[in-house]
Design a protein around this ligand. Structure first.
Ligand code: PSV
Ligand code: MN
Ligand code: MN
Length: 431
């Protein structure tokens, strides 16, 4: 039960495209070599690239207006893992899966771990959920969770996060991401400082439950569902809280969680400089927390984020590491196709950033040659690295064109037979 699409079909697909890929790869190798760049170094880097998949992204998403179910949606965490395995099989870039509790909660963690292992997957960061009430829950989160005025609601939210750590530990995960929807919809609803004090108290209890080799990731978001004042609204608040909590607390940047036109790459640079950059939720947006596919709206921004990561990696050396995952909602596409192409878009930005001539850039910066400094970045961004990505996939067992291979294998049609269409709430529970 290693892979879910017959590997012979993948080989057949690759055989058809191999000659064209070889020609494109050779042409790119030639033009890069004239720039002093060795294509093989880049391909080797692309082969090692990984971005984790959100389990909840495997189901069709929705908005608060409607959800239009897709065919053959996964009905439980095991089927989500099957879909994630297909994505990894074809892209070879997504070996980690990030679970969300209680959506993915099961009693038999050993069985789940074994399922992941059999697919060649591992569990990345786990996510807690105190932004909605669950059936039978004793205390509501209507007026907040980790920051609630009601001490019993706060305790319940803390206990849930500690349970997430325990579940994650049993699954081999190494970190917990905490995003809360807490905040106010009216001026005066909350004492702004009091809410953050309660947040810190709750987080201290969660922090105290972290195993030695774990980290907690604080995810900020500008607004929604709290439309007047969100308690953890920005990277400044996230940073201050991470500092208060201690070395195991880091900040997580979800690209969709900022006001339009925010300079996200500068936030990345600041957090990296002060040792608090923990990880990312990659997606794209035009207006707010749109959860659109990574790289579909603003690929230059994605490249600039990776440019900062490349700079940080050069400065900090091997110790510099971030937890990277996708966090998208697929409302009108097949989630497997969106996740495959998004993983490739993130990988593309990573390789383009590796292409930046950092020495030349530094020189242009030092001599105030602004135009050439900007052009140095643009030159890397404009380079079509698709043949590098495809060759990397081919060499490590993936598909030259993952979406085409997936479609020709008929995976969705096959699983649709076993998984009847589900109306109403989305698989994640969010509409
Ligand atoms: C909130 O908008 C968020 O980005 C958080 O990461 C949640 O865990 C995720 O979306 C799923 O709702
Ligand atoms: Mn997120
Ligand atoms: Mn979000």
């Amino acid at each position: 039960m290693g892979t879910l699409i017959d590997q012979a079909l993948v080989a057949e697909h690759n055989a058809k495209l191999k000659a064209d890929l070889d020609a494109d790869y050779e042409a790119l190798a030639g033009s890069l070599s004239r720039r002093g760049v060795d294509i093989e170094t880049l391909t080797a880097q692309a082969e090692k690239f990984a971005v984790a998949l959100p389990s909840w992204g495997a189901g069709t998403g929705g908005t608060r207006f409607a959800r239009f179910p897709g065919k053959g949606e996964p009905r439980n965490v095991f089927e989500k893992l099957d879909d994630c395995a297909v994505i990894h099989q074809l892209t070879r870039a997504t070996p980690g899966v990030s679970l969300h509790f209680p959506w993915d909660k099961i009693s038999d963690t050993a069985e789940l771990r074994e399922k992941a292992r059999s697919h060649g997957l591992y569990f990345d960061l786990v996510n807690s959920n105190t932004f909605q009430d669950q059936p039978g829950q004793a205390h509501t989160y209507k007026y907040g969770s980790l920051t609630a005025q009601n001490a019993a609601a706060r305790e319940q939210a803390v206990a849930h996060n500690i349970e997430c750590i325990e579940l994650g530990r049993a699954l081999g995960s190494k970190g917990l991401t905490v995003w809360i929807g807490d905040g106010a919809n009216f001026p005066g609803q909350n004492n702004l400082r009091g809410s953050l004090e309660r947040y810190l108290d709750s987080m201290r209890a969660i922090y105290a439950a972290l195993p030695d080799d774990w980290q907690v990731y604080i995810e900020h978001k500008l607004f929604e569902p709290a439309f007047y004042a969100t308690t953890i609204a920005d990277w400044g608040t996230s940073f201050a809280c991470a500092q208060e909590l201690g070395p195991k607390a880091k900040c997580l940047v979800d690209l969709g969680h900022h006001a339009p036109n925010t300079n996200i790459e500068m936030i990345v640079a600041r957090l990296a400089q002060f040792g608090k950059l923990g990880g990312f939720h990659f997606n794209d947006s035009k207006y707010g927390d749109d959860d659109l596919d990574s790289g579909s709206i603003n690929p230059f921004q994605l490249f600039l984020v990776f440019n900062e990561l490349a700079d940080a990696a050069q400065r900090e050396g091997a110790s510099f590491k971030t937890a990277n995952m996708l966090d998208q909602s697929h409302n009108v596409t097949d989630p497997i196709e969106s996740l495959m192409s998004s993983a490739v878009e993130v990988q593309r930005a990573f390789v383009q950033a590796a292409l930046v001539d950092r020495e030349a850039l530094r020189g242009f910066q030092e001599s105030n040659d602004v135009l050439n400094a900007a052009q140095t970045l643009k030159k890397a961004f404009r380079t079509d690295v698709s043949p590098i990505l495809a060759m990397a996939r081919l060499r490590i067992g993936g598909a030259i064109d993952p979406v085409a291979a997936y479609r020709s294998a008929g995976y969705r049609e096959q699983v649709a037979v076993a998984r009847p269409a589900k109306a109403g709430a989305s698989s994640s529970g969010i509409v």
